[in-house]
Structure formats: C-alpha cells, structure tokens
Design a protein around this ligand. Structure first.
Ligand code: TYD
Ligand code: MG
Length: 456
C-alpha cells in the first residue's frame, strides 16, 4: 500500500481490502464497500491499549482475588435479565438496532431510572439537540438532577468532560456521529467508529464507568454498522422488532458477564417503552379461532419459553413453478419441510403455493418449530383447523421422524400456565415431562402420528 493511500472497508463487518468489490468476501453483503483514507500508522500499540506503567507478570488463578461483581439494576427487569442481572461497572455495552426502533428512548428511560440511585449519569447525544431530548423526556416522565445532558460529537472533548464530571454511567448516542480529529475519514466510517470505541473502552476500564454505545444498523454502505464493533465491547444487545408493530425485542448476542440469547420484551407506547413480562399472552392475543393453517408453538428464547402462532396458507399454484414465501422462518427450512411432506406423506405440494408466517413479526430459528410448521401446512392444505387449546413442538427429520428438543419441561409448563389443554411433543421427550399433571400430553414419533392426533 502506498503511503497516504486509501483502502476499501466493508461497512457491515469491517473487512479491509485494497480494491473495491461488489460483494464483501467476509460477510457476503452486497454494496457495502466504501473508500476511506488508510488509518495513519501508529507508533506502538493502538489507542485503547497504550501501555501504562511497568510491565506486568503472569499470575496463577489462585492468587487472583475473587471479587463479587456488584451489579446495578437498571430499574427495568427485562433489561436486567438481558444484561445478566444489571449493569457491571467498567463495562462497555453496545445497543444496536435499526434507526427509529427506540434505542434512544430505551436509554433515556434507563438514565431516568439510574439517576434515581446514582449520583452521576451523563447522556451524550450527537444526533439530537437539547430541546429535542427535552421533548422526548417530557413524554417519558420526570427526571432527577443527577442526569446531565450534553450535545457533543468530538471525542476528545467528550473524554475531557467525562474525566471532569466523573459520572458512573455514560450514554453515547450514537457512535456513528462521534469523531476524532486525528483521523481523516468522515464520522461513521469504519476507522472512526473503531477508534472511537477503543477510546471509550479505555475510558470505561480506567475510570470504572459503565458506557452504553448506540449503534445504528444501516443498510446502505455509507455508515459503519455495529457489527464492526462487536468484538471490541463487553456486551452486545440488539433492539429488534417491526417498526409498524408496537412491541420490541431486546436480544443479547454477546455478554461477557452473563448468558446470551436472553431476550427482553417491550411495548412502545406514547409515553415511552413499557415492559411486557408475559410475552406469550401478548403474542397470542390476536389469534383467530377455528381457522385452518394456524398452529401455536412453544419456542425457547434463552431460558424463557414463549408461545407464538405459526400460520400457513397453501393454495393451488397458477404457474408451473410454485411460489413459497416465509416470514419469520428460514425459507430453506420451509422448502425442506415441504419436501419431507411430499415424500413421506405423499402430499402433492409441488403443485401448491405456500405462504408461511410467524404472527407478530418475530424471527424463529429454532428446530422445535418444525412440527408446528408442518402441521400448519397440512391444516391449510386440507382446510381442517387444528383443535383449539393445542400446542405443538418438535424437530422434524428428513425421514419424517419427530426428534427430541431441549427443555421440553419448561415448554409444557408454559403451555399449562396459559390454559392450553393438550401438547403434542416428540415421543422421545415424553420421559422428561411425565410428572407434569393437568394437561394432556401426546407423544409423536413421526409426522404421521402427529397428524393422526390432530385430525382424529
Ligand atoms: P428513538 O428512540 O428515537 O429511536 P432510535 O434512537 O432507535 O433511532 O424512537 C423513535 C420512535 O419511537 C419514533 O418513531 C417515535 C416513537 N416513540 C413513541 O412511540 N413513544 C414515545 O414515548 C417516544 C419517546 C418515541
Ligand atoms: Mg436515536
């Protein structure tokens, strides 16, 4: 590379290349390459890892003092659960999500709750003016004086303010608006975003401050996405949901201080976000009664069972090639399961279109939903509704067998709690749930068995 030259960076995953290409070879996203000035060669270690003090020597485990990690509750049980029991001092938390999904709202509410117990909370916005934040805050509620606000995008100034104010929690909204003067590329570019995160990481560790970073997920390739930072931070949370539906899901994808794959469910109201402690009830609230092609499945989100409705619509195709669409489920999985039905149950599905949907806009990628999907397709194809108050879960294999899934007990308990009267589950999972009384349990070894139960 010539001196002072430019490089191409994938704005989605941060892949670096000397020449432009249409598709990123690392993350396979299209049109994500953008040209940026190459970062100046630094002397010594990169920022954030600059050496301080004398050289350290290795120690054995037993000589390390074990400290009970204190946690601070955010005042929102759903968020605490995703974080693994509250925020850890000195950690860096990335909150990613589509623009407009509610990241700023969530963090402002967290600020309000934390300001009631902590003496210093600093909210730094590079996107909104103080008046705009005030407008939002007035919808959310009343705030303590220990919450301070700042509109700033220059990272050196932010660092100076943080050192001077000494807050316990800092929010950076958003990392894509922050810049460092020494770096010549524009704010939001891969090198700016990475360097800024490095600086914030060092600040969090040295000052023992919890820092939340907001990162927008962007589709076009001009702004670096939060995936570029995932490896640098302690905790990564994604805020998801259909922007047109009111509920939002906060998902942990990386957590150095707790388990991942926990979720928190929120509802966006005109007064901010409200926690939804019973998501199953919420998700099933619009389920049609006695309609064919609708099946309730119990999936696990981390350790939490959640009931969802899987819907299928199967109708004769008008063209030679059947149309298949899948919303909330992997398309290839739908094709595969329909091929299993065609071969093992002799259903002529290749002459039929199939539209499959998970109601509520949630994405399901657990094998336990296979059996529900299969039954929904058959139910729609035959136009026979699946009996009410029945829930279904199990993985379906290529020879039409129903295979065991994990945590059968929790799934059955959740179905019972919500008043379901029958569960169709893999026969090999029956052993785990035999002690649960008060609900009819039907073990199915093959898809045919399950079908017999439903149709009979
Ligand atoms: P915001 O937090 O600004 O999103 P982000 O920071 O992720 O870009 O959320 C903006 C959306 O939330 C906007 O469409 C308005 C809506 N909203 C409500 O419905 N109720 C509220 O009380 C607030 C503050 C926002
Ligand atoms: Mg925002």
């Amino acid at each position: 590379m010539k001196k002072g030259g430019t490089l191409f960076f994938c704005q989605s995953c941060g892949y670096e290349s000397a020449k432009w290409s249409g598709q990123c070879p690392a993350c396979r996203e299209w049109n994500t390459f953008a040209e940026e000035p190459a970062a100046p060669k630094q002397k010594g270690a990169p920022a954030g890892r600059r050496r301080t003090g004398e050289r350290k020597s290795p120690v054995s485990l037993e000589h390390i003092e074990s400290k009970n990690q204190e946690r601070i509750s955010t005042g929102m049980a759903e968020l605490d659960q995703v974080l693994g029991g509250g925020i850890v001092p000195g950690s860096l938390v990335l909150v990613g999500g589509d623009p407009g999904i509610g990241k700023s709202t969530l963090l402002l509410q967290v600020c309000r709750n934390l300001a009631e117990r902590l003496s210093g909370v600093l909210y730094i916005s590079g996107e909104e003016s103080l008046q705009q934040i005030k407008l939002r805050a007035s919808r959310i509620g009343t705030f303590q004086d220990s919450l301070r606000l700042l509109c700033e995008t220059n990272l050196a100034d932010i660092e100076a303010v943080v050192l001077q104010e000494g807050p316990q929690v800092v929010i950076i909204d958003s990392i894509q608006t922050m810049y460092q003067e020494e770096i010549s590329s524009a704010p939001g570019s891969v090198s700016q975003v990475r360097e800024a995160t490095g600086v914030l990481m060092r600040l969090a560790k040295e000052q023992n401050i919890t820092i939340f970073i907001v990162g927008h997920v962007t589709k076009e390739g001009t702004v670096a996405g939060p995936r570029v930072l995932e490896h640098m931070v302690d905790t990564v949370l994604y805020f998801e949901g259909d922007r047109h539906a009111s509920y939002r899901i906060l998902r942990g994808v990386k957590n150095r201080f707790g388990s991942t794959n926990e979720i928190g469910v929120f509802e966006m109201l005109d007064t901010g976000l409200r926690e939804v402690p019973n998501p199953s009830e919420y998700m099933l609230s619009g389920k049609p009664e006695g309609a064919s092609g609708s099946v309730v499945v119990c999936t696990m989100e981390g350790t939490r069972p959640m009931l969802l409705e899987v819907q299928a619509l199967v109708c004769r195709t008008n063209f030679g090639l059947p149309r298949r669409t899948a919303a909330g489920i992997d398309y290839n999985r739908v094709s595969l399961l329909m091929a299993v039905l065609e071969k093992r149950l002799n259903l002529p599905l290749s002459g039929f279109d199939a539209y499959v949907n998970v109601a509520g806009g949630i994405r399901l990628n657990e094998p336990a939903m296979d059996l529900a999907l299969v039954l929904a397709v058959i139910s729609s194809y035959k136009d026979i509704p699946v009996p009410e108050k029945t829930i279904v879960f199990g993985e379906v294999g290529l020879s039409g067998e129903v295979r065991a899934v994990s945590m059968a007990q929790q799934r059955v308990q959740e179905a019972k709690r919500l008043g379901f009267s029958r569960v169709i589950l893999p026969k090999s999972s029956m052993e785990q749930v035999k002690n649960i009384k008060g609900i009819e349990l039907v073990g199915a070894a093959t898809v045919k068995d399950a079908l017999r139960v439903v149709a009979g």
